[in-house]
Design a protein around this ligand. Sequence first.
Ligand code: NOJ
Length: 560
Amino acid sequence: MKKTWWKESVVYQIYPRSFNDTNGDGIGDLKGITEKLDYLKDLGVNVIWLSPVYKSPNDDNGYDISDYQDIMDEFGTIEDWEELLAEMHKRGLKLIMDLVVNHSSDEHAWFVESKKSKDNPYRDYYIWRPGKDGKEPNNWESAFSGSAWQYDEQTDEYFLHLFSKKQPDLNWENPKVRQEVYNMMSWWLDKGIDGFRMDVINFISKVPGLPDAPNPEGKRYVGGGEYFINGPRIHEFLHEMNKEVLSKYDVLTVGEMPGAKVEDAQLYTGDDREELNMVFTFEHVDLDSGPNGKWDLKPLNLVDLKENVTKWQKGLHEAGWNSLYLNNHDQPRMVSRFGNDKEYRVESAKMLATFLHMLQGTPYVYQGEEIGMTNIRFESIDEYKDIEILNMYKEKVIEGNEDHDKVMESIYVKGRDNARTPVQWDDSEHAGFTTGEPWLTVNPNYKEINAKKAVADPNSVYNYYKELIRLRKNHEIIVYGEYDLILEDHPQIYSYTRSYNGEKLLVITNFSDKEVAFENPEIVQFNAEEVLISNYEVDFSKDVSSLTLRPYEARVYRGN
Ligand code: NOJ
């Protein structure tokens, strides 16, 4: 397998709005990030991904960009950004920027022009269609509720927006759009950035004709994903982007790809394909959703998780590359979702980290994860700020007749604001995030859970992450070893081996709050030499064929 720096990296994701505020406006900023670089360096990560920092009216917190080559006012200036990049590079940290080019903001100059008239030179930068039978051009639903089309009176046509109506989809069929995007990417790369995370990049090619989606239940609007997810020209576009831009730089690229299957990922990330380095799959974070989507809560079955993760580990070994994550700015906090954020918060956060960081792929740590931050429960819907939550609540409760309590419960479990509360730096007011009023209320548990305390405590989640990251740097097997699942039907234990050049790792994790017995199946030949890391005290013994695991226990043995 080809060795590269991005396979050996650990990425830290920053959601700048909630990271660290230095000017007291309650919103995180670039100077706030620069201020914390030593903290990140100490943690040991070597790549930082910034969620969007570009000019934006913030309908979707920066994922609606009105100028791709300037910085959002609340976050600072281009000089602040340049200083941040220089300070990062000085510390050997690489920077990857968010690339949001499935759509722009409706306040982007291209869209402002596009809207003016049907013969405006920018008209075809977006996807405009006349209505059909007095209604929208098709029945697709926006990811943020309601139709994916917005009517515009001026020209009596609709434009497509797969997300909010302030996020019109760019028309990738238009070669001029593609060239604009490539030029913009080169402009950032020439400033010295080290790669891109690409927002819903597998949505950019739509099926021509934009057909109605099948609608057996007669709903008002339906997903429509089959007509734009991994669409007909997607590989052509990504290959072109690679040829025109990416291949000229030594960069890390990761495509956010809802609806990508492992077979798709082989094509997106295969070494000889010249598209991307890796993708974010959604399959493992969809396992606790019912048939009606993310708000349709369903308990996670560990066996399903094992089956899914194994499919990706096996499917991309020597055939592509995995990215590894359990949470980000769109997902609830992992310790609340897959662990136990009360009695076993520390143990389960460490267990989940062990499970993830010992897999093959590039791990992503989302801000606050390294100190075991948890989900939030706001009493009132008015305290939430996320457009996805607010639109969904309006549709279901205010305009529909769903039960308020039931919908609030789904927000507590799945809402994106769970991950967006400000980072808890210390136990001072607003957790040291801001001296002003935070844009989103700080989680009240900050006196207990904060970075200052975690850094000082040798048994903290933070110091455990530090060790996991250090181990990855020192053991090639963690990066390159082959993965094999064991005990595939066990309902509480997730265990697997990694093998590389005659060496082996045995990873054992208990996903439950009970003691459980681990019996190593006889077919797994393993001679333990040492415990590499564990989240409880372990007396080393060479015999690991039969063990009792404590609640959320995690152990990694090295041997052969
Ligand atoms: C995925 C981003 O991660 C999410 O935050 C955003 O709302 C949508 N794409 C639309 O850009």
